[in-house]
Write a protein that binds this ligand. Structure first.
Ligand SMILES: Nc1ncnc2c1ncn2[C@@H]1O[C@H](COP(=O)(O)OP(=O)(O)OP(=O)(O)O)[C@@H](O)[C@H]1O
Ligand SMILES: [Mg+2]
Length: 606
């Protein structure tokens, strides 16, 4: 029983938040708590000092000590609050930074990427990611002071109750009980804690997304083209209204609870002040004590106004989310880590042996008993319809996920036995949705910083991006001296990144639609250069462009997660199957366009 209450308390987000503070900044946190307690003790100290002073006046004793006590408390009241504010700000910033550091680590550390795609984690992830941006509440550097103020009041209320207990434990119990009851009556029954329900978070996500669509550049074109400007503003307002309604519902005070709270508090105060009056009349307490106990009795009300607050609520939820993610994310993204070096692999082959796979978030099998052998040093093209599973194969080979069953073997060694960093050093890829870093051209081509300028420039030249920009030019307009690139130019930069990795030792090259955005001349030219540069590598090319595909040593046609045809271009044409039909269709179209272009007098490639 006691265990479960303690467990419940330890699991509370507020407690989790408290555990984060010393991790973020131990000394600052210790000072923050120390000042918090000192500030909390001041109102009770003031009541005692005033009583002491009045007694001294009454008994005509020396006023030096009582006046000094009043002065110390008064000075404390003046000095501690601003000092605490500065510490709160600093501690808030440090705690936010610590939480962000943790989150960044949690996202990038796991070997796989399943933890970033699991819907069960997205609520915690988005809350932890956005909490300090000022969208859901003030940043932690600001709200720490509100949190401190709430806790100071609570400590003050408790200290005042202890002072009242010297008059009468019953009176202390009555007052503390009645003011504590307001927490229960007004907050717990008024579903204060329900500000963080899934419904509120979902509404928050909708509101945030509509806002981002309205203000961020990516949707700017569609908003104008489809005449959606007013629609998106209305949609954002509507989603935000819904969020506010839900939050208001969650935090409003219930009328009935208000009346009950008032009744309980008024009754308790009547009884206690009656007891005080009676004691004063009976002469059992002095005037000085009377002043101390009466002002302490008033101060017990701080129990009601302090303690849990919206600020603590707003800071605790993301802190608890980060701590939760520490266990969940590591588990979801974890893949067994082998210890064998992948140096010089593959020397013989890469083999998918009976591989089946479904994404963690779905039950649909993307690959089923998939079998394929790729001889080392050869090039293989994979073709197939949208959604056939081509990119998924590439992700499995990069070991971003592990197969549900079956194995991927490199020279007969299960990929899971290889040390992931060593394997990834042997591998490079241009993904279909490759990353465009808002950094310099140099950092885009060699992000790990392990290539010389000469290697970078050679790679750019091989990718047909030799004259794109200076190596130090930031590739985003938002930065001073920055420039933006066209879709095809970006693709060349991504190709240069892969070629640069080959120069640094990669032996397996994965190209997922590497020429989709290149013009026809560029495609033919770049692809033959690419093949020349990666001649000693095992190259896997995924493409819908058959003029590129046919240059590969072998071609694999993928359908619904299975290999349905495999062979050289000539073999597959002779087979007169799916590949042959797809190839002929595209060639026919190309020839039609070529004829048309020639009629119009354009320069056409063969
Ligand atoms: N991260 C993911 N989570 C869940 N399902 C996914 C994920 N990525 C892809 N899928 C699903 O897996 C299937 C195969 O996707 P994949 O991206 O491998 O196709 P593809 O052959 O590369 O298609 P395309 O030619 O359009 O690039 C699709 O049905 C897709 O909806
Ligand atoms: Mg794909």
């Amino acid at each position: 029983m006691t265990g479960s209450v303690v467990d419940r308390l330890l699991a509370r987000p507020e407690w989790q938040f408290a555990t984060v503070l010393p991790k973020a900044a131990a000394t600052l946190a210790a000072f923050w708590w120390l000042l918090l307690i000192l500030r909390g003790l001041l109102p009770a100290g003031f009541a005692i000092a005033m009583g002491y002073l009045i007694t001294a006046v009454q008994t005509q004793a020396s006023l030096v000590a009582p006046l000094a006590a009043v002065a110390v408390v008064f000075l404390g009241l003046q000095i501690l609050a601003p000092l605490h504010l500065v510490i709160s700000k600093n501690l808030g910033s440090r705690t936010a930074a610590w939480l962000y550091d943790q989150l960044a680590g949690l996202c990038v550390t796991p070997t796989g990427i399943g933890h970033l795609e699991d819907p069960a984690l997205t609520t915690d992830l988005s809350m932890a990611r956005d909490f300090d941006l000022g969208i859901t509440g003030p940043p932690l550097a600001v709200s720490m002071d509100f949190i401190a103020a709430g806790l100071v009041e609570f400590v003050g209320g408790v200290a005042a109750t202890i002072v009242v207990a010297f008059f009468s434990p019953l009176a202390a119990l009555l007052l503390a009980g009645s003011w504590l009851a307001t927490h229960w009556l007004l907050r717990e029954s008024a579903v204060w804690k329900d500000r963080n329900t899934d419904e509120v978070r979902e509404a928050q996500r909708h509101a945030d997304y509509s806002f981002r669509v309205a203000v961020d550049p990516p949707a700017a074109k569609e908003l104008r083209l489809f005449g959606l400007s007013e629609w998106i503003v209305d949609r954002f307002s509507e989603r935000r209204r819904r969020l506010y309604e839900l939050r208001w519902e969650a935090t409003r005070l219930r009328e009935k609870s208000m009346i009950w709270s008032l009744l309980v508090v008024v009754a308790a105060n009547l009884v206690v002040f009656g007891m005080l009056a009676q004691a004063a009349m009976a002469g059992s307490i002095e005037l000085g004590q009377m002043v101390t106990f009466a002002s302490a009795a008033v101060s017990t009300s701080m129990i009601a106004f302090g303690g849990l607050s919206w600020a603590l609520d707003g800071a605790s939820a993301p802190a608890a989310a980060v701590l939760r993610l520490q266990t969940t994310m590591a588990g979801k993204g974890a893949l067994g880590i082998g210890s064998r070096s992948a140096d010089a692999l593959p020397a013989q082959s890469i083999r998918f042996r009976n591989v089946s796979f479904a994404y963690p978030s779905s039950s649909e099998q993307v690959l089923e008993n998939f079998d394929l052998t790729i001889p080392a040093g050869s090039s293989l093209a994979i073709v197939g319809q949208n959604g056939a599973g081509k990119t998924t194969l590439a992700k499995l080979l990069c070991r971003l996920y592990d197969p549900a069953s079956g194995t991927i073997e490199v020279d007969g060694i299960d990929l899971r036995e290889l040390e992931p960093v060593s394997w990834r050093h042997r591998l490079t890829a241009v993904f279909q949705d490759f990353i465009r870093f808002e950094w310099s051209l140099r950092d885009n081509v060699a992000p790990a910083g392990d290539a010389s300028d000469e290697q970078i420039l050679d790679s750019l030249a091989d990718a047909g991006a030799g004259n794109l920009a200076d190596l130090d030019t930031p590739l985003a307009k938002a930065y001073v001296g920055g420039t933006d690139l066209s879709g095809g130019q970006w693709q060349r930069v991504a190709l240069a990144r892969a070629l640069c990795a080959v120069r640094s030792g990669a032996g397996v090259v994965l190209l997922d639609e590497p020429t989709a955005q290149l013009d026809v001349r560029g495609e033919a030219e770049i692809f033959s250069r690419l093949l020349a540069q990666t001649r000693s590598c095992t190259t896997i090319l995924i493409s819908h462009r058959f003029s590129t595909v046919r240059q590969a040593d072998r071609i694999c046609v993928l359908e619904e997660g299975r290999v349905i045809e495999l062979g050289t271009h000539d073999e597959l044409i002779a087979l007169d199957g799916r590949y042959c039909r797809m190839f002929s269709l595209q060639a026919e179209r190309f020839n039609e366009s070529k004829e048309l272009a020639e009629q119009e007098g354009f320069d056409v490639l063969d």
